[in-house]
Design a protein around this ligand. Structure first.
Ligand code: ASP
Length: 330
């Protein structure tokens, strides 16, 4: 007992005497630097995975009018959720192997509040349900029937998500039922969006119908806070597209934000994020992953496994589709 008390006291004392003032002053310095960076940042700004220029245009509209980054990312990704031609987000998404379209989404705000829905059917805008989970419940995630029920309670309408096009393609797929991932946008057009508003606050959103013809009940990275999306308003944000199983294994978006906290630029952090994944997959090159990131200064970056991934950026500097370099060169 005595000894334990002594150890406890001595470690507390050493923490107090030697480390706390040092850490405290480092933290104070870091906070000051970040406050200056916030003032000097490029803002407002919105970025999203792939070339979803209608989504960034919508987000920009919100931001330019002084809207919050949270509203910008929600309304931005809703554009893709509503687009029937985007077959991995919202209405028109590819179904699972049983023919059911199941949607995943998550959202995170400047105060690290977050909400998510997983494997939810019959609701056109999962991102808005995720926001309701964040704002109206004590929970972070709702899944399946529970999420759908909650959506109805919140006034969302039942919507058929399976378009004729997706139904026909599923019918074709069933002839062989062969599951293979198609690299790039044909099968990976999940939208992840990050924005900084005029106040310098960051928010993010991510929404998808997941991998086409997945097992019923499968959930990837996109609605998992830390994997498909992560925001820390002191540091920045990151989001992902691609084979979610691989992103989950390294908690990719959280990793990228932490790398930025350690001083890496968004570009360097995305590169390291992809490298980590590839190191765990030494014998594989049959999947695509793309990360994008933004830091408090409004600097952005992106990196991917295979060539072909791009991201959209809308800021006071213009509206641009940004080419992204890749880990594998062809
Ligand atoms: N990341 C999504 C998922 O794994 C799909 C994708 O972006 O291709 O569900």
């Amino acid at each position: 007992m005595q000894r334990r008390k002594f150890l406890k006291n001595s470690s507390a004392a050493s923490a107090g005497i030697f480390t706390t003032p040092l850490f405290a002053s480092c933290n104070e310095e870091a906070k000051k630097t970040r406050a200056i960076e916030t003032l000097q940042a490029i803002r407002p700004i919105a970025i999203c995975t792939w070339d979803f220029h209608n989504a960034t245009t919508k987000a920009w509209e919100v931001l330019e009018n002084g809207g919050a980054s949270l509203d910008a990312v929600e309304q931005g990704v809703m554009v893709e959720e509503a687009d029937v031609n985007n077959q991995t987000v919202g209405v028109g998404g590819r179904p699972d192997r049983d023919g059911n379209v199941t949607l995943d989404a998550c959202i995170m705000d400047k105060d690290s509040n977050c909400g998510a829905v997983l494997c939810m059917q019959n609701i056109a805008h999962p991102i808005s349900v995720a926001r309701k989970v964040m704002e109206e419940t004590p929970h972070v995630m709702l899944a399946g029937k529970g999420a759908e029920q909650f959506a109805y309670e919140q006034g969302f309408k039942k919507t058929n998500l399976l378009t004729e096009q997706s139904r026909l393609e599923w019918g074709e797929w069933k002839k062989t039922s062969k599951y293979e991932t198609v690299i790039n946008i044909e099968n990976h057009d999940t939208i992840g969006m990050l924005a900084i508003d005029k106040n310098g606050d960051i928010a993010g959103a991510c929404t998808t119908s997941g991998m086409g013809y997945k097992y019923a009940g499968r959930v990837g990275d996109s609605p998992i806070i830390g994997a498909g999306l992560f925001v820390d308003n002191e540091i920045g944000g990151a989001t992902a597209t691609g084979v979610g199983e691989e992103v989950v294994r390294t908690v990719g978006s959280f990793l990228i934000v932490e790398l930025m906290r350690q001083g890496k630029s968004p570009q360097e952090a995305c590169e390291e994020g992809v490298r980590r994944i590839m190191e765990k997959n030494k014998d594989r090159d049959d999947f695509q992953i793309g990360f994008i990131a933004i830091n408090k200064k409004g600097e952005t970056g992106g990196y991917c496994v295979h060539p072909g991934f791009t991201y959209r950026e809308y800021s006071t500097k213009g509206h641009e589709n940004k080419e992204v370099t890749s880990y594998l060169k062809s």
